[in-house]
Design a protein around this ligand. Structure first.
Ligand code: DC
Length: 233
């Protein structure tokens, strides 16, 4: 593998640790491209739902993902405001993929091996040249085990549930804290125990616990570590 002109940064971790915001700001500060890999799984979920398929229906959902990948029908583009815009067959679906139904759908379709396979080549192509921040669950372990900088951003289930609960309250969606915490624990269990590409930290990842830290502090720490790694090359 020839040396990349700029490093590739992998940011993995469970939902609710502040990964998306942190990844967006780190990419901005380092003038790198951001690839939100969760958006790819969300696009597959949306396409499955529109095709009338059940998210758990492995065979047809896997075939659909393979077809979409083959036709290059899922694309991520840079967006000044949001960081990344998701396009499905040319349509901007950035908002449509962010509903609770698509969160659940993405989580289900992401457990299907053929779906993961279909999205793998796409992610590798997006990052191989470096100068890219990829955010997901298995970037440092499966997609780019050779990433020059790997972060595993985490926080306790209680911290993550507190953040998620606040978001829900702000959106006007009623849910008790206990329900939110139970959801976080359930999603963690599903993500870490699935047989294919489960969420786990790479041996060489830098673990950052965002609990009790501001987003800015986490971003500063990551930018400093990436800059240091780039300067050392
Ligand atoms: O990060 P997110 O919430 O947008 O991700 C949506 C779902 O996709 C999540 O339940 C886990 C899955 N996912 C994955 O399995 N692997 C990735 N690299 C990114 C997301």
């Amino acid at each position: 593998m020839p040396k990349r002109a700029r490093v590739l940064v992998a940011i993995d971790g469970p939902a609710g640790a502040g990964k998306s915001t942190v990844a967006r700001r780190v990419a901005e500060r380092l003038d790198m491209v951001l690839v939100d890999t969760g958006a790819l799984y969300r696009c597959v979920a949306l396409a499955a739902s529109r095709a009338g398929l059940a998210f758990s229906d492995e065979e047809p959902v896997g075939a659909l993902a393979a077809r979409l990948a083959e036709a290059r029908a899922i694309r991520l583009e840079a967006d000044k405001e949001r960081g990344v815009r998701a396009l499905l067959e040319g349509e901007d679906v950035s908002i449509a993929i962010r509903t609770p139904e698509m969160s659940l759908g993405a989580s289900q379709v992401s457990a299907i091996p053929r779906v993961r396979d279909a999205l793998l080549a796409m992610q590798r192509q997006a990052g191989e040249k470096g100068g890219v921040v990829l955010e997901g669950r298995d970037i440092g372990t499966v997609v780019f085990p050779d990433a020059e900088v790997k972060f595993f951003l985490t926080a306790s289930p209680e911290e993550r549930a507190t953040r998620r609960h606040l978001e829900l309250v702000q959106k006007g969606t009623p849910a008790s804290f206990q329900e939110t915490l139970a959801d976080v624990v359930k999603r963690d269990k599903a993500d870490t125990e699935r047989p294919v590409a489960p969420l786990r930290q790479a041996d060489d990842a830098i673990v950052i616990d965002s609990g009790g830290k501001s987003i800015e502090d986490v971003v500063d720490e990551m930018v400093r570590l990436v800059s240091q790694r780039e300067a050392e090359r």
